[in-house]
Design a protein around this ligand. Structure first.
Ligand code: FBP
Length: 551
């Protein structure tokens, strides 16, 4: 396959490693852990893997000889830059343990395990994919691993290939399932360890012990580059309002990070909308007022960032979605049997009065999207809802009313963009290349340590990689009970934007200035080579979150 000049140069990049992973390691156990909430319920559901200690690795001078081990790996869910480096770090890690160890990749996500579709990942294959974006080495998928039948079917192929450990690279839902699988295999004494790796561009799989998910850094740098380019165009032509929707199914971390990097006129943060109990009309009013204020000073242009998940955070819509989820789970067949033209009325008749009112008030397209198929984890597919168009149209209407009332006198032309897929398979930034390789290598160390139900972890990420702390976190520690498909289920708690956190506070401090004035910054493309201050910087979210840390 023909390779670009950058691909060729990038193949030679050697990820920077935490010093602790550059030789033999010993395991240091911390205190027993507890789940973040609902301790009793989680403990009962995970009798074999609850309460385990955190683990960190320390460097030792002499290594014990270890037997070869066969390991399986799965990429689960949406693509995120750096997945290939997790796999190459894992490969190098198990080969360091013993050169005869073998790595098998299950194809197209968790479904590959159940359907026994796999390929052995040999050194020549791994070398083709080092430091590249994408998940194409083995593909990914969203099959949810949750039933005993799936676990048993998976075990058949694991036994056939003599696989003693399975690494699942995924987001909060996939790692939740990794924990359930770990518990099951432990309970039946299957002799298979399960280790998770925190992946998602959304940045919402993080907590006190997992500092960030991989892919967030690269994806937000790609989006920030393009937003910066649009801002420069906008500031040159001075004739459009650009409405830019940014991926991030639920949390607004991506939008917030891009706002910190680019300083747009407006950035909506879904978590704030929810906390202030705002209606869609109030969000629209705020944007319209900003457009009018800029028009009054002669600036009929600007940039608005909109998080993909916004619609789900508007309290009235959130309550509606919760009831819709239960309704559609309970009456799926009845709903599916209806002609599309009758579905809207059927939904209205089956909802409670308040939610029926909200549903009826939504534009046809958005209402329909809310009843479309959920993803296998029960989530509304918000990336399909055109919130950027919905908002810009509503703002347009509001401005007309304001003009009629003599409160606005400007020009309003709009452009729409959605950035999501553009960033998910970019070549990983140096940060993600290092982080991912280290996470994969750490997963190999966790396998060698014999543990199960752990997530690979690297900490102190704003320091140079050499100082990162490597270890493992029991996945049950991150769990709480939540309602899914109408039932209470144990799941990893999603990290939403913390409105008391330093990144959001920084944004709040600056945003009034950015709204009125034109303060755009232009981050430019990801740099893979060059001085550390342009090539190796972590996300601003991480930098603000860890500002007061001392090494
Ligand atoms: P993960 O949570 O699996 O990492 O996926 C995140 C994401 O990229 C969201 O930002 C987006 O809403 C969704 O995937 C899109 O899903 P799909 O790839 O199935 O279209």
């Amino acid at each position: 396959m023909k390779k670009s000049a950058l691909q060729q140069a990038r193949a030679a990049y050697r990820p920077q490693m935490p010093i602790v992973l550059t030789g033999a390691v010993k395991v240091v156990e911390g205190k027993p852990t507890q789940s973040v909430a609902d301790q009793e319920a989680i403990k009962q559901l995970f009798p074999n893997t609850y309460g385990l200690p955190e683990i960190t690795f320390e460097k030792v001078s002499v290594s014990e000889p270890s037997k070869p081990i066969n390991v399986g790996v799965i990429l689960s869910g949406g693509q995120a830059p750096g997945g290939h480096n997790v796999i190459s770090g894992l490969f190098d890690g198990i080969k360091t343990i013993n050169k005869d160890s073998r790595l098998y990749g299950f194809l197209m996500g968790p479904g590959g395990l159940v359907d026994h579709k796999y390929k052995e990942l040999t050194a020549d294959i791994i070398d083709e994919y080092r430091n590249t974006g994408g998940f194409d080495i083995i593909g990914s998928g969203r099959t949810k691993l949750e039933t005993k039948e799936q676990f048993d079917k998976g075990l058949e192929i694991l036994r056939e290939l003599d696989i003693k450990a399975l690494v699942i690279i995924g987001g909060d839902d996939s790692n939740t399932n990794a924990a359930i699988l770990a518990e099951y295999y432990k309970a039946i004494d299957a002799g298979v360890q399960v280790i998770g790796v925190p992946k998602t561009i959304d940045g919402d799989l993080k907590n006190e012990v997992i500092e960030t998910s991989f892919g967030f850094d690269t994806a937000t740098k790609v989006y920030s580059e393009v937003i910066g380019n649009i801002q420069r165009d906008c500031n040159s032509a001075k004739k459009y309002w650009h409405f830019i929707k940014l991926m991030g199914r639920s949390a607004s971390h991506i939008a917030l990070e891009c706002a910190l990097q680019c300083q747009p006129n407006i950035c909506i943060i879904s978590e704030e909308v929810e906390a202030k109990n705002m209606t869609l009309d109030q969000v629209v009013d705020e944007i319209a007022q900003a457009v009018a204020d800029r028009a009054a000073q002669g600036d009929n242009y600007g940039v608005v960032l909109i998080p993909e998940g916004l619609i789900e955070f508007i309290p009235a819509v959130k309550a509606l979605i919760a009831e819709l989820n239960d309704l559609l789970a309970a009456k799926a067949d009845e709903f599916a049997a209806l002609a599309p033209k009758d579905q809207r009325q059927w939904v209205i008749e089956h909802l409670s009065e308040e939610n029926a009112k909200t549903y009826a008030s939504l534009p046809e397209g958005v209402a329909r999207q809310l009843t479309l198929d959920r993803d296998p984890h029960g989530n509304v597919q918000v990336s399909l809802i055109e919130t950027e168009k919905l908002l810009s149209e509503m703002v347009g209407k509001r401005l007309k009313e304001m003009a009629e009332a003599g409160k606005y006198n400007g020009k309003y032309s709009t452009m729409h963009h959605f950035f999501g897929y553009e960033g998910r398979c970019a070549d990983p930034s140096n940060f993600d290349a290092n982080y991912c390789y280290g996470l994969g290598f750490t997963a190999a160390c966790l396998i060698a340590a014999g543990v199960t139900g752990y997530m690979s972890s690297l900490r102190n990420l704003t320091f140079a990689p050499v100082n990162w702390v490597a270890g493992g976190i029991p996945i049950t520690m991150m769990m709480n009970m939540e309602r899914r498909h109408g039932e209470m289920k144990p799941v990893i708690q999603k990290a939403l934007v913390d409105l008391d956190g330093a990144p959001f506070r920084k944004f709040v401090k600056e945003r009034e200035g950015w709204k009125k004035n034109t303060c755009y910054t232009y981050p430019g493309p990801i740099q893979y080579f060059g001085p550390a201050e342009v090539a190796d910087q972590p996300s601003m979210t991480l930098v603000y979150e860890q500002k007061n840390r001392k090494y």
